[in-house]
Design a protein around this ligand. Structure first.
Ligand code: MG
Length: 303
């Protein structure tokens, strides 16, 4: 553990940068007390670890903070949940300063503000490398599940694929800026898309490990086959990056065919760029242009 006063000053510096709840809704008490939810509560947790998910200096502390919060927000988005509260457990290496804690929180603050997310508690411990484990809670009247797709549903993507994988390569090659690098360091979770999707979609998930692997997850959970069209995919990079690259954090939606036109009009009106990429059919597995497509994907590596 950091010594008592270090721990307190780290927490104070971190919390001060972020929208946080006042007593009795924490932080600062032994446990967070949450207001009664409207609808059902969706909770998600995800760890971001130095050397596994990011390296420094390829990622600044602000980048690390942003991405840790973004990937968790993406999971709430996939459930069609309105973000509400979060907890942050930090593991900090020796020499981590209050300025470092502030930088981490500064990377998180814009996303937290934009999505109405309130910090309600957390924990600090020391460890060999920097690690952040975030737990986020959101609310939805009717959470979107992976298991809801039916044969005949149309598959939609809420944004382009492959940019983040191209960014990972660019960072490994020493590039430090550009849209691909931004997509890798600062992914933007599709929260608005998730909220709109709950009016139209029967099933959803976020594409975090490459389209093919995540399409398989949806197919398996819904007990349907997914027929994808490669010439319909919104590409931010190569087709291979789109199919297997990962970390795009766009949503894959299954929308009943009769609702698709209304759904695309509503998305366009909201300034969202949604694209049909295929449909659900009877059967199992994933098909690309009519051919079976194996669940090849990318489980994230540090640049
Ligand atoms: Mg997910």
């Amino acid at each position: 553990m950091p010594t008592g006063s270090d721990e307190l000053s780290l927490i104070d510096a971190f919390v001060a940068e972020l929208p946080h709840a006042k007593t009795p809704f924490g932080p600062g008490d032994d446990a967070a007390v949450l207001p009664r939810p409207k609808g059902q509560t969706c909770v998600t947790t995800d760890a971001t670890v130095e050397g596994v998910h990011f390296t420094r200096p390829a990622f600044s502390l602000e980048d690390v903070g942003h991405k840790a919060l973004a990937v968790n927000l993406s999971d709430l988005a996939a459930m069609g949940a309105t973000p509400r509260w979060w907890l942050c457990a930090l593991q900090v290496p020796r020499g981590f300063t209050t300025d470092d804690a502030r930088a981490l929180a500064r990377g998180m603050a814009p996303l937290a503000r934009a999505h109405g997310l309130t910090l309600v508690g957390g924990n600090v411990t020391s460890g060999p490398v920097l690690g952040l484990t975030l737990t986020l809670g959101g609310e939805s009247p009717k959470p979107l599940l992976r298991s809801g797709a039916r044969p005949g549903d149309v598959l939609l993507l809420t944004g382009p694929l492959g940019l983040a994988a191209a960014g990972l390569r660019a960072l490994r090659e020493g590039q430090t800026s550009g849209p691909e690098v931004d997509a890798q360091r600062r992914p933007l979770p599709h929260v608005e898309s998730g909220l709109l999707a709950r009016r139209f979609a029967r099933a959803a998930l976020d594409v975090s490990d490459g389209l093919l692997l995540d399409a398989w997850r949806l197919a398996r959970a819904s007990k349907v086959a997914l027929a994808l069209r490669s010439d319909w995919l919104p590409l931010g990079s190569t087709l291979e990056d789109a199919l297997q690259g990962g970390e795009d954090y766009v949503l894959l939606l299954a929308v009943p065919a009769r609702a698709v036109d209304r759904c695309l009009v509503a998305a366009a009106k909201a300034g969202l760029d949604w694209t049909p990429v295929g449909k659900c059919e009877r059967g199992t597995g994933v098909f690309l242009d009519g051919r079976p497509a194996p669940p090849l994907g990318h489980l994230h590596g540090a640049p």
